[in-house]
Design a protein around this ligand. Structure first.
Ligand code: FAD
Ligand code: EPU
Length: 348
Protein backbone atom coordinates (compact mmCIF):
# COMPACT_ATOMS: atom_id res chain seq x y z
CA UNK A 1 0.00 0.00 0.00
CA UNK A 2 1.38 3.46 -0.84
CA UNK A 3 0.85 6.45 1.40
CA UNK A 4 -1.39 9.11 -0.07
CA UNK A 5 0.21 12.54 0.35
CA UNK A 6 -2.30 15.33 0.93
CA UNK A 7 -1.93 18.07 -1.72
CA UNK A 8 -1.89 20.72 1.02
CA UNK A 9 -2.36 21.28 4.73
CA UNK A 10 -3.34 24.26 6.86
CA UNK A 11 -2.31 24.80 10.48
CA UNK A 12 -3.62 27.66 12.60
CA UNK A 13 -1.46 29.55 15.14
CA UNK A 14 1.83 28.06 13.92
CA UNK A 15 5.23 28.92 15.41
CA UNK A 16 7.73 30.28 12.87
CA UNK A 17 10.75 29.69 15.14
CA UNK A 18 12.14 26.94 12.93
CA UNK A 19 11.07 28.76 9.77
CA UNK A 20 13.57 31.60 10.18
CA UNK A 21 17.33 31.20 10.54
CA UNK A 22 17.61 34.12 12.99
CA UNK A 23 15.48 31.82 15.18
CA UNK A 24 13.44 34.69 16.55
CA UNK A 25 10.05 34.02 18.09
CA UNK A 26 7.14 34.75 15.74
CA UNK A 27 3.82 33.16 14.87
CA UNK A 28 1.63 32.83 11.81
CA UNK A 29 -2.14 32.98 12.16
CA UNK A 30 -2.24 30.37 9.37
CA UNK A 31 0.55 28.22 7.92
CA UNK A 32 -0.30 26.68 4.57
CA UNK A 33 1.95 23.93 3.21
CA UNK A 34 1.41 23.05 -0.45
CA UNK A 35 2.83 19.79 -1.81
CA UNK A 36 0.88 19.54 -5.05
CA UNK A 37 1.27 22.95 -6.68
CA UNK A 38 -1.47 22.16 -9.23
CA UNK A 39 -3.87 22.60 -6.32
CA UNK A 40 -2.57 26.12 -5.57
CA UNK A 41 -5.33 28.21 -7.27
CA UNK A 42 -8.04 26.16 -5.59
CA UNK A 43 -6.28 26.35 -2.18
CA UNK A 44 -5.81 30.10 -2.47
CA UNK A 45 -9.52 30.48 -3.22
CA UNK A 46 -10.29 28.98 0.21
CA UNK A 47 -8.33 31.69 2.04
CA UNK A 48 -9.54 34.69 0.03
CA UNK A 49 -10.35 37.55 2.41
CA UNK A 50 -8.15 36.29 5.24
CA UNK A 51 -5.36 38.85 4.78
CA UNK A 52 -2.08 38.96 2.88
CA UNK A 53 0.00 35.98 1.83
CA UNK A 54 3.71 35.63 2.60
CA UNK A 55 5.74 32.84 0.98
CA UNK A 56 8.58 31.44 3.07
CA UNK A 57 11.17 28.93 1.92
CA UNK A 58 13.44 28.16 4.84
CA UNK A 59 13.47 31.73 6.18
CA UNK A 60 17.22 32.27 5.65
CA UNK A 61 16.72 35.73 4.18
CA UNK A 62 14.00 37.27 6.32
CA UNK A 63 13.96 39.18 9.58
CA UNK A 64 10.69 38.70 11.42
CA UNK A 65 10.38 41.97 13.35
CA UNK A 66 6.78 41.05 14.15
CA UNK A 67 4.20 38.41 13.34
CA UNK A 68 3.35 38.34 9.63
CA UNK A 69 -0.23 39.22 8.85
CA UNK A 70 -2.53 36.76 7.10
CA UNK A 71 -1.21 33.44 5.86
CA UNK A 72 2.31 32.07 5.52
CA UNK A 73 2.68 29.74 2.53
CA UNK A 74 5.47 27.20 2.06
CA UNK A 75 6.07 24.80 -0.80
CA UNK A 76 6.94 21.16 -0.14
CA UNK A 77 7.36 20.14 -3.80
CA UNK A 78 10.98 19.04 -4.02
CA UNK A 79 11.13 17.02 -7.23
CA UNK A 80 14.28 17.52 -9.32
CA UNK A 81 14.74 16.02 -12.79
CA UNK A 82 16.54 16.41 -16.08
CA UNK A 83 14.06 17.47 -18.76
CA UNK A 84 16.42 17.38 -21.70
CA UNK A 85 19.97 16.33 -22.54
CA UNK A 86 21.70 18.30 -25.31
CA UNK A 87 25.22 18.01 -26.74
CA UNK A 88 26.71 20.64 -24.43
CA UNK A 89 24.10 21.27 -21.74
CA UNK A 90 21.07 19.88 -19.97
CA UNK A 91 17.79 21.43 -18.86
CA UNK A 92 16.97 20.70 -15.22
CA UNK A 93 13.66 21.43 -13.53
CA UNK A 94 13.41 21.68 -9.75
CA UNK A 95 10.38 22.19 -7.52
CA UNK A 96 10.30 25.36 -5.37
CA UNK A 97 10.55 23.37 -2.13
CA UNK A 98 13.78 21.57 -3.08
CA UNK A 99 16.84 22.35 -0.97
CA UNK A 100 19.25 24.64 -2.86
CA UNK A 101 22.52 23.03 -1.76
CA UNK A 102 21.03 19.59 -2.46
CA UNK A 103 20.31 20.68 -6.04
CA UNK A 104 23.88 21.99 -6.48
CA UNK A 105 25.46 18.73 -5.29
CA UNK A 106 23.00 16.60 -7.31
CA UNK A 107 23.75 18.57 -10.50
CA UNK A 108 27.51 18.09 -10.02
CA UNK A 109 27.04 14.35 -9.45
CA UNK A 110 25.08 14.27 -12.74
CA UNK A 111 28.13 15.75 -14.51
CA UNK A 112 26.53 19.18 -14.90
CA UNK A 113 28.38 22.35 -13.99
CA UNK A 114 27.55 26.00 -13.45
CA UNK A 115 26.25 26.00 -9.88
CA UNK A 116 29.51 24.97 -8.13
CA UNK A 117 30.36 28.47 -6.81
CA UNK A 118 26.89 28.64 -5.24
CA UNK A 119 27.36 25.57 -3.01
CA UNK A 120 26.21 25.69 0.62
CA UNK A 121 23.94 28.73 0.25
CA UNK A 122 21.03 27.92 2.59
CA UNK A 123 17.44 27.98 1.41
CA UNK A 124 15.13 26.63 -1.22
CA UNK A 125 15.14 26.54 -5.02
CA UNK A 126 12.00 28.71 -5.12
CA UNK A 127 13.75 31.55 -3.28
CA UNK A 128 16.95 31.46 -5.37
CA UNK A 129 15.63 33.73 -8.17
CA UNK A 130 14.15 36.28 -5.72
CA UNK A 131 17.43 38.03 -4.95
CA UNK A 132 19.37 36.25 -7.71
CA UNK A 133 21.54 34.46 -5.16
CA UNK A 134 25.22 34.98 -5.72
CA UNK A 135 28.58 34.01 -4.28
CA UNK A 136 32.21 33.60 -5.28
CA UNK A 137 31.82 35.33 -8.64
CA UNK A 138 28.62 33.56 -9.78
CA UNK A 139 24.93 34.51 -9.85
CA UNK A 140 22.12 32.00 -10.26
CA UNK A 141 20.31 34.12 -12.87
CA UNK A 142 23.01 33.26 -15.43
CA UNK A 143 21.87 29.61 -15.28
CA UNK A 144 18.11 30.09 -15.10
CA UNK A 145 16.18 29.33 -18.27
CA UNK A 146 12.70 30.02 -16.86
CA UNK A 147 10.74 30.49 -13.66
CA UNK A 148 7.26 29.02 -13.24
CA UNK A 149 4.91 30.92 -10.95
CA UNK A 150 1.33 31.68 -10.04
CA UNK A 151 0.75 35.37 -10.74
CA UNK A 152 -1.47 36.54 -7.86
CA UNK A 153 -2.24 39.83 -9.60
CA UNK A 154 -3.40 38.40 -12.92
CA UNK A 155 -4.63 35.15 -11.34
CA UNK A 156 -2.90 32.90 -13.87
CA UNK A 157 0.09 30.58 -14.32
CA UNK A 158 3.10 32.29 -15.88
CA UNK A 159 6.49 31.21 -17.18
CA UNK A 160 9.08 33.99 -17.09
CA UNK A 161 12.15 33.55 -19.25
CA UNK A 162 15.57 34.76 -18.13
CA UNK A 163 15.13 38.25 -19.61
CA UNK A 164 11.71 38.73 -18.00
CA UNK A 165 13.22 37.92 -14.60
CA UNK A 166 15.37 41.13 -14.81
CA UNK A 167 18.24 39.68 -12.79
CA UNK A 168 20.82 42.07 -11.31
CA UNK A 169 23.00 42.09 -8.17
CA UNK A 170 20.69 40.87 -5.37
CA UNK A 171 17.71 41.91 -7.50
CA UNK A 172 15.01 40.62 -9.85
CA UNK A 173 11.46 41.35 -10.96
CA UNK A 174 10.35 39.14 -8.03
CA UNK A 175 12.13 41.37 -5.53
CA UNK A 176 10.71 44.47 -7.20
CA UNK A 177 7.14 43.17 -6.95
CA UNK A 178 7.08 41.24 -3.65
CA UNK A 179 4.33 38.65 -3.26
CA UNK A 180 3.06 39.02 -6.84
CA UNK A 181 4.67 35.81 -8.09
CA UNK A 182 4.41 32.57 -6.12
CA UNK A 183 7.32 30.61 -7.61
CA UNK A 184 6.52 26.92 -7.94
CA UNK A 185 9.45 25.63 -10.02
CA UNK A 186 12.67 26.79 -11.68
CA UNK A 187 14.24 25.53 -14.91
CA UNK A 188 18.03 25.65 -15.19
CA UNK A 189 20.25 25.42 -18.26
CA UNK A 190 23.43 23.76 -17.02
CA UNK A 191 26.53 23.26 -19.19
CA UNK A 192 28.34 19.92 -19.32
CA UNK A 193 31.62 21.81 -19.35
CA UNK A 194 32.39 25.46 -18.80
CA UNK A 195 35.19 27.73 -17.76
CA UNK A 196 35.52 27.43 -13.98
CA UNK A 197 35.40 30.69 -12.02
CA UNK A 198 38.45 30.57 -9.78
CA UNK A 199 39.18 34.29 -9.71
CA UNK A 200 37.26 35.21 -6.57
CA UNK A 201 39.54 35.76 -3.61
CA UNK A 202 40.31 32.58 -1.79
CA UNK A 203 39.19 29.87 -4.26
CA UNK A 204 42.56 29.31 -5.98
CA UNK A 205 44.40 29.33 -2.63
CA UNK A 206 41.90 26.89 -1.15
CA UNK A 207 42.32 24.53 -4.13
CA UNK A 208 46.10 24.73 -3.75
CA UNK A 209 45.81 23.95 -0.04
CA UNK A 210 43.63 20.95 -1.01
CA UNK A 211 46.47 19.78 -3.28
CA UNK A 212 44.37 20.15 -6.44
CA UNK A 213 46.16 21.44 -9.52
CA UNK A 214 43.63 20.75 -12.26
CA UNK A 215 40.27 21.34 -10.60
CA UNK A 216 36.92 20.12 -11.89
CA UNK A 217 33.59 21.71 -10.91
CA UNK A 218 33.13 19.48 -7.84
CA UNK A 219 36.54 20.58 -6.52
CA UNK A 220 35.45 24.21 -6.79
CA UNK A 221 32.26 23.40 -4.85
CA UNK A 222 34.33 21.70 -2.14
CA UNK A 223 36.67 24.70 -1.94
CA UNK A 224 33.71 27.09 -1.65
CA UNK A 225 32.17 24.88 1.06
CA UNK A 226 35.43 24.93 3.06
CA UNK A 227 35.79 28.72 2.81
CA UNK A 228 32.13 29.32 3.72
CA UNK A 229 32.35 27.01 6.76
CA UNK A 230 35.29 29.05 8.06
CA UNK A 231 33.81 32.48 7.40
CA UNK A 232 30.08 32.26 8.03
CA UNK A 233 28.37 31.17 11.24
CA UNK A 234 26.15 28.08 11.03
CA UNK A 235 22.58 29.37 11.62
CA UNK A 236 21.76 26.21 13.59
CA UNK A 237 24.42 27.27 16.11
CA UNK A 238 24.21 31.08 15.92
CA UNK A 239 21.07 32.59 14.37
CA UNK A 240 21.79 34.73 11.29
CA UNK A 241 20.65 35.40 7.73
CA UNK A 242 24.05 35.57 6.02
CA UNK A 243 24.98 39.08 4.91
CA UNK A 244 22.58 41.46 6.61
CA UNK A 245 23.55 44.39 4.35
CA UNK A 246 23.99 44.51 0.59
CA UNK A 247 27.26 45.82 -0.77
CA UNK A 248 26.46 49.34 -2.05
CA UNK A 249 26.61 49.78 -5.83
CA UNK A 250 27.84 53.33 -6.49
CA UNK A 251 28.78 55.44 -9.53
CA UNK A 252 32.46 55.03 -10.49
CA UNK A 253 33.12 58.73 -9.73
CA UNK A 254 31.88 58.38 -6.13
CA UNK A 255 33.96 55.23 -5.63
CA UNK A 256 37.07 57.08 -6.89
CA UNK A 257 36.53 59.82 -4.28
CA UNK A 258 36.08 57.22 -1.52
CA UNK A 259 39.27 55.46 -2.63
CA UNK A 260 41.23 58.71 -2.29
CA UNK A 261 40.22 58.82 1.39
CA UNK A 262 40.21 55.06 2.04
CA UNK A 263 42.67 53.36 -0.36
CA UNK A 264 42.16 49.95 1.34
CA UNK A 265 38.38 49.90 0.66
CA UNK A 266 37.71 46.68 -1.35
CA UNK A 267 36.01 47.40 -4.69
CA UNK A 268 34.32 44.82 -6.96
CA UNK A 269 32.69 45.00 -10.42
CA UNK A 270 29.19 46.52 -10.41
CA UNK A 271 26.15 45.80 -12.58
CA UNK A 272 27.80 47.57 -15.56
CA UNK A 273 30.79 49.77 -16.41
CA UNK A 274 29.25 52.92 -14.88
CA UNK A 275 29.22 51.59 -11.32
CA UNK A 276 31.19 49.55 -8.78
CA UNK A 277 30.29 47.50 -5.73
CA UNK A 278 32.09 48.40 -2.51
CA UNK A 279 32.53 46.25 0.57
CA UNK A 280 29.96 46.98 3.28
CA UNK A 281 31.81 44.52 5.58
CA UNK A 282 34.99 46.59 5.38
CA UNK A 283 33.15 49.81 6.28
CA UNK A 284 31.30 48.15 9.17
CA UNK A 285 34.54 46.70 10.52
CA UNK A 286 36.26 50.10 10.15
CA UNK A 287 33.47 51.60 12.29
CA UNK A 288 34.35 49.11 15.04
CA UNK A 289 31.23 46.92 14.95
CA UNK A 290 32.79 43.52 14.26
CA UNK A 291 32.15 41.25 17.27
CA UNK A 292 30.11 43.90 19.12
CA UNK A 293 26.81 43.04 20.80
CA UNK A 294 24.03 44.61 22.80
CA UNK A 295 22.21 41.93 24.74
CA UNK A 296 21.72 39.05 22.32
CA UNK A 297 21.85 41.16 19.13
CA UNK A 298 25.26 41.64 17.58
CA UNK A 299 27.67 41.48 14.68
CA UNK A 300 29.55 38.23 14.11
CA UNK A 301 33.18 38.25 15.30
CA UNK A 302 34.06 36.35 12.09
CA UNK A 303 32.33 38.48 9.47
CA UNK A 304 31.30 42.11 9.81
CA UNK A 305 28.36 41.78 7.39
CA UNK A 306 26.60 39.15 9.46
CA UNK A 307 24.06 40.24 12.07
CA UNK A 308 23.69 37.48 14.68
CA UNK A 309 21.24 36.40 17.36
CA UNK A 310 23.29 35.18 20.32
CA UNK A 311 20.23 33.54 21.90
CA UNK A 312 16.94 35.21 22.51
CA UNK A 313 17.08 38.56 20.72
CA UNK A 314 13.75 39.58 19.23
CA UNK A 315 13.43 40.60 15.59
CA UNK A 316 12.86 44.20 16.75
CA UNK A 317 16.09 44.14 18.83
CA UNK A 318 18.09 42.77 15.89
CA UNK A 319 16.63 45.46 13.65
CA UNK A 320 17.45 48.22 16.17
CA UNK A 321 21.07 47.00 16.32
CA UNK A 322 21.31 46.91 12.52
CA UNK A 323 20.00 50.49 12.34
CA UNK A 324 22.79 51.66 14.67
CA UNK A 325 25.39 49.93 12.48
CA UNK A 326 23.98 51.49 9.32
CA UNK A 327 23.77 54.98 10.89
CA UNK A 328 27.45 54.89 11.89
CA UNK A 329 28.53 53.77 8.38
CA UNK A 330 26.50 56.64 6.90
CA UNK A 331 28.06 59.12 9.30
CA UNK A 332 31.64 57.92 8.69
CA UNK A 333 31.60 57.17 4.96
CA UNK A 334 28.55 59.10 3.71
CA UNK A 335 27.28 55.84 2.19
CA UNK A 336 23.83 54.41 3.02
CA UNK A 337 23.79 50.63 3.46
CA UNK A 338 20.56 48.69 3.06
CA UNK A 339 19.40 45.35 4.43
CA UNK A 340 19.52 42.34 2.17
CA UNK A 341 16.94 40.18 4.00
CA UNK A 342 13.28 40.99 3.68
CA UNK A 343 11.91 42.74 6.77
CA UNK A 344 8.57 41.44 7.97
CA UNK A 345 6.52 43.62 10.30
CA UNK A 346 8.78 46.68 9.93
CA UNK A 347 10.06 49.14 7.33
CA UNK A 348 13.74 50.01 6.94
P1 FAD B 1 13.26 32.86 2.54
O1 FAD B 1 14.21 33.51 3.47
O2 FAD B 1 12.20 31.99 3.13
O3 FAD B 1 12.60 33.97 1.64
C1 FAD B 1 13.37 35.00 1.07
C2 FAD B 1 12.48 35.85 0.18
O4 FAD B 1 12.01 35.08 -0.92
C3 FAD B 1 11.20 36.35 0.88
O5 FAD B 1 10.87 37.61 0.32
C4 FAD B 1 10.15 35.34 0.48
O6 FAD B 1 8.83 35.87 0.52
C5 FAD B 1 10.58 35.01 -0.95
N1 FAD B 1 10.26 33.63 -1.36
C6 FAD B 1 10.77 32.49 -0.86
N2 FAD B 1 10.30 31.42 -1.55
C7 FAD B 1 9.48 31.94 -2.51
C8 FAD B 1 8.68 31.34 -3.55
N3 FAD B 1 8.65 30.02 -3.76
N4 FAD B 1 7.95 32.18 -4.34
C9 FAD B 1 7.96 33.51 -4.14
N5 FAD B 1 8.69 34.12 -3.20
C10 FAD B 1 9.44 33.33 -2.39
N6 FAD B 1 22.42 34.58 -0.23
C11 FAD B 1 23.20 34.78 -1.32
O7 FAD B 1 22.73 35.30 -2.34
N7 FAD B 1 24.51 34.42 -1.32
C12 FAD B 1 25.11 33.85 -0.26
O8 FAD B 1 26.30 33.55 -0.31
C13 FAD B 1 24.31 33.61 0.90
N8 FAD B 1 24.87 33.06 2.00
C14 FAD B 1 24.11 32.87 3.12
C15 FAD B 1 24.72 32.29 4.24
C16 FAD B 1 23.99 32.06 5.39
C17 FAD B 1 24.66 31.44 6.59
C18 FAD B 1 22.60 32.42 5.42
C19 FAD B 1 21.79 32.15 6.66
C20 FAD B 1 21.99 33.01 4.31
C21 FAD B 1 22.74 33.24 3.15
N9 FAD B 1 22.18 33.83 2.00
C22 FAD B 1 22.95 34.01 0.87
C23 FAD B 1 20.78 34.28 2.00
C24 FAD B 1 19.76 33.14 1.68
O9 FAD B 1 20.33 31.88 1.89
C25 FAD B 1 19.23 33.22 0.26
O10 FAD B 1 18.64 34.46 0.01
C26 FAD B 1 18.19 32.12 -0.02
O11 FAD B 1 17.85 32.12 -1.39
C27 FAD B 1 16.93 32.27 0.81
O12 FAD B 1 16.18 31.09 0.66
P2 FAD B 1 14.98 30.73 1.63
O13 FAD B 1 14.28 29.55 1.06
O14 FAD B 1 15.45 30.62 3.01
O15 FAD B 1 14.07 32.03 1.44
N1 EPU C 1 35.80 42.12 4.84
C1 EPU C 1 36.14 42.89 5.91
N2 EPU C 1 35.74 42.46 7.16
C2 EPU C 1 35.03 41.32 7.33
C3 EPU C 1 34.69 40.55 6.22
C4 EPU C 1 35.08 40.97 4.97
O1 EPU C 1 36.78 43.91 5.79
O2 EPU C 1 34.69 41.02 8.49
C5 EPU C 1 36.23 42.59 3.49
C6 EPU C 1 37.48 41.84 3.03
O3 EPU C 1 38.33 42.76 2.44
C7 EPU C 1 36.95 40.91 1.96
C8 EPU C 1 35.75 41.68 1.41
O4 EPU C 1 35.21 42.37 2.54
O5 EPU C 1 37.91 40.70 0.98
C9 EPU C 1 34.69 40.77 0.84
O6 EPU C 1 34.34 39.78 1.81
P1 EPU C 1 33.64 38.41 1.38
O7 EPU C 1 34.43 37.74 0.32
O8 EPU C 1 33.31 37.65 2.60
O9 EPU C 1 32.32 38.90 0.65
P2 EPU C 1 31.18 39.92 1.09
O10 EPU C 1 31.18 41.06 0.12
O11 EPU C 1 31.26 40.28 2.50
C10 EPU C 1 29.49 38.75 -0.49
C11 EPU C 1 28.06 38.31 -0.43
C12 EPU C 1 27.96 36.97 0.28
C13 EPU C 1 28.78 35.95 -0.49
C14 EPU C 1 30.23 36.43 -0.53
C15 EPU C 1 31.13 35.51 -1.32
C16 EPU C 1 26.72 40.32 -0.40
C17 EPU C 1 25.87 41.24 0.40
N3 EPU C 1 27.26 39.29 0.26
O12 EPU C 1 29.91 39.00 0.85
O13 EPU C 1 26.61 36.56 0.27
O14 EPU C 1 28.71 34.67 0.10
O15 EPU C 1 30.27 37.75 -1.13
O16 EPU C 1 30.91 35.72 -2.66
O17 EPU C 1 26.87 40.51 -1.60
C18 EPU C 1 24.58 36.72 1.49
O18 EPU C 1 24.14 37.35 0.52
O19 EPU C 1 23.90 36.44 2.50
C19 EPU C 1 25.97 36.28 1.47
C20 EPU C 1 26.56 35.64 2.47
Amino acid sequence: MTDVIAPWSLVEHASLHSLNTFHVAANAARLLRVTDVAALPEVLATIVGSGPLLVLGSGSNVLLAGDPEGTVLTFDNNDVRILEHRADHAIVRAGAGANWHGLVMWSLAEGLSGLENLALIPGTVGAAPIQNIGAYGAQVGDFIQAVEAWDTREQLWVRLDQEACQFAYRDSVFKQEPDRYLITAVEFRLPLLHELRLGYAGISDELKAMGIELPVATDVANAVIAIRRRKLPDPDVLGNAGSFFKNPVLPVEQVDVLLQHYPALPVFPGNDESNRKISAAWMIEACGWKGQRDGDAGISPNHALVLVNHGSASGAELLAFARRVSASVLETFGVPIEPEPRLIGAQW
